[in-house]
Design a protein around this ligand. Structure first.
Ligand SMILES: NC(=O)C1=CN([C@@H]2O[C@H](COP(=O)(O)OP(=O)(O)OC[C@H]3O[C@@H](n4cnc5c(N)ncnc54)[C@H](O)[C@@H]3O)[C@@H](O)[C@H]2O)[C@@H](O)CC1
Ligand SMILES: Nc1ncnc2c1ncn2[C@@H]1O[C@H](COP(=O)(O)OP(=O)(O)O)[C@@H](O)[C@H]1O
Ligand SMILES: [K+]
Length: 503
């Protein structure tokens, strides 16, 4: 499934109209009829339907929905919230179609009037504003949205809750709080931003006949799902040996944080790595090795000094490195040596990200791919922004950072946004609030380390890793655990169930 910005959606519409030869009027008819069909499946015909229509094409969809719902036997009234001259083009065409068969059209000019009218209805269908919204919401629409939000009736939004922009990063002013949104064709960025997804209520997409090629050409973002995982997940070679499944190195684990590397190493092994070496301080090894006996160990005198020739020689055999889990924030030369002296794919997580911040220049010169896996707080630190700023613009901030520093960014959260250095993005929305616990990020790093070693294409490697992590948590919560008791170690054990569903 593709995710779009408003600009991309307009390009996609234009492509369907110009190249596909499907007229805008037909697309609008398809949109309205598809939404109406969904409504029919949810509500009895004795429910009174109010459609609130604005002046753009979203309002046009509203007129089409009215016509189809009336055909299905509902009592429908359209409340037109703008002056007649504002309704143009395809929307005016469909308004006329409605008027050809019905006289149920009421002009409403202020919010008091709207409130009085709507009290008699069971469901309000919000076709006020679509993806063409810009700037602060103007009166009287602003107060009308407020009135609708305060009415105790079901609210169904068409394409997007009115008032909400499609793109991330825009200040949200006044928005319909929908119970359900029928999104036309492709979800917009704001459906995957923590601050704005709430306005959509539940949502589903309706197809209106736009060809897939339009998305391939004009969208740079996908929502990752099982279909993509199956298509990109590497097959395990029957004749594989441990060397061919990837030799990974996990570096980290201060004396106070040995658990972080245990989780990462075990997750990497459970994800199918051939060999995992843990490089940590001597005192940690008895603890770590008793929890992860399959790994091998490399002693570091500390996590701050430069790497010795002996270290570098040992690391030469490695296919990829994950560094930073439980490494602490003391001044350290370790990361700069890994960047300068080894040309291995490098995944940097947790405290490693604090060490990476002053090394963004050398990281740009690193000969192998670099992946960073920040949560919102770490991303705010890396970009000198605040957490609310990152939350408001997860797509644009990740893209700017990935393009500028030529690295892969995995911005973790309820919606994890994965960005390639060329700006292509994937959203992974598997997982649940059971993952909101210390250690689950370390597990993700281990899984991603293995994925990086086993895939040819890195963006799908990272997306597949996030899918495995989230899906494991989802299965565990559906069966043996709850969001409350789920632990990071459980997520490692749950991986086998996810792998089974992929074969
Ligand atoms: N081929 C197409 O173009 C299709 C478009 N569709 C619908 O068309 C919508 C987009 O249509 P439009 O581009 O006409 O955009 P809108 O329907 O969002 O309408 C934009 C109009 O709303 C008003 N407006 C914008 N910002 C405002 C603000 N801050 N305060 C008050 N009023 C404001 C302006 O008068 C502006 O012209 C989509 O969301 C979707 O519902 C569907 O019908 C499917 C096909
Ligand atoms: N509410 C949530 N829904 C889905 N996934 C979540 C949620 N909260 C956290 N996660 C996931 O859990 C992981 C937490 O990582 P992180 O914050 O780095 O934890 P830690 O560093 O403590 O191990 C990320 O993969 C994130 O996407
Ligand atoms: K709307």
């Amino acid at each position: 499934m593709y995710i779009v910005t408003a600009e991309e959606m307009y390009e996609i519409d234009r492509y369907a109209i110009k190249k596909g030869g499907i007229e805008g009027k037909i697309l609008m008819d398809n949109a309205g009829s598809q939404v109406a069909q969904r409504i029919v499946q949810t509500y009895d015909t004795n429910r009174k339907m109010a459609i609130v229509a604005g002046g753009g094409n979203n309002g046009g969809d509203g007129f089409v929905i009215a016509r189809y719902l009336a055909e299905y036997g509902y009592e429908v009234t359209v409340f037109q919230l703008v002056a007649d001259h504002k309704i143009k083009g395809d929307a005016a065409f469909h308004k006329q179609c409605w008027l050809n068969t019905s006289d149920k059209l009421t002009h409403v000019t202020d919010s008091h009037q709207l409130k009085q009218r709507l009290v008699d209805f069971d469901v309000v269908i919000d076709a006020i504003l679509g993806i063409g919204v810009s700037g602060a919401i103007r009166e009287p629409i602003r107060s009308m949205i407020d009135v609708i939000n305060h009415l105790p009736i079901e609210k169904i939004s068409v394409d997007i809750p009115s008032g909400l922009p499609a793109n991330d990063g825009i200040h949200v002013d006044q928005v319909i709080q929908a119970n359900k949104t029928y999104i036309i064709e492709a979800p917009k960025e704001t459906a995957f931003c923590e601050d704005t997804s709430i306005y959509y209520g539940e949502w589903e997409t309706v197809k209106i006949g736009i060809p897939q090629t339009a998305y391939v050409k004009h969208s740079s973002k996908k929502r990752w799902c099982k279909k993509y995982v199956r298509a990109t997940f590497p097959k395990r070679d029957k004749y594989a040996h441990k060397g061919s499944n990837g030799r990974g190195l996990v570096i980290g684990g201060q004396l106070t944080m040995p658990g972080a590397i245990v989780l990462a190493a075990r997750a990497a092994l459970r994800s199918g790595a051939g060999l995992i070496t843990v490089a940590t301080v001597k005192e940690n090894i008895p603890i770590v090795s008793s929890s992860c006996i399959e790994a091998t160990y490399h002693l570091l005198p500390n996590l701050t000094n430069r790497l010795t020739d002996r270290d570098l020689e040992a690391f030469e055999k490695i296919d990829a490195i994950a560094v930073g889990m439980g490494i602490g924030r003391e001044d350290s030369q370790l990361l700069s040596d890994l960047i300068e002296k080894l040309d291995k794919p490098l995944l940097i997580d947790a405290d490693g990200l604090y060490h990476a911040k002053p090394l963004l220049e050398p990281l740009l010169q690193h000969k192998a791919p670099v992946v960073i896996t920040p949560h919102y707080g770490e991303m705010a630190m890396l970009t000198d922004k605040t957490v609310p700023e990152v939350k408001r613009s997860p797509f644009s901030i990740s893209r700017q950072f990935a393009e500028k520093h030529q690295l892969y960014v995995v911005l973790k959260g309820k919606y994890t946004v994965i960005t390639a250095p060329d700006g292509e993005q994937i959203v992974s929305d598997q997982g649940n609030a059971g993952l909101a616990k210390g250690g689950t990020g370390d597990v993700l790093s281990g899984i991603l380390l293995t994925m990086v070693m086993q895939h040819k294409e890195l963006l799908s490697a990272l997306a597949n890793g996030c899918y495995l992590h989230g899906k494991s948590a989802d299965y565990l919560v559906e069966e043996d655990h709850t969001e409350r008791d789920l632990l990071a170690t459980d997520v490692i054990e749950g991986l086998s169930q996810v792998f089974r569903t992929l074969s």
